[in-house]
Design a protein around this ligand. Sequence first.
Ligand SMILES: [Zn+2]
Length: 50
Amino acid sequence: MCSVGGPMDVELAERLKGKKYRCNDCGTTFEAVGRHPVCPSCQSENVTLV
Ligand SMILES: [Zn+2]
């Protein structure tokens, strides 16, 4: 029998969300994954982990 995967899907989604960053150029806060986050608003790489 297969188990129902509702709560597990939520956990997986949380893990894929990445970390929160704030752009130092325009102040936009966003979530990004990977080692080189880029601001979605101005494409700046000058961001800080928040
Ligand atoms: Zn920006």
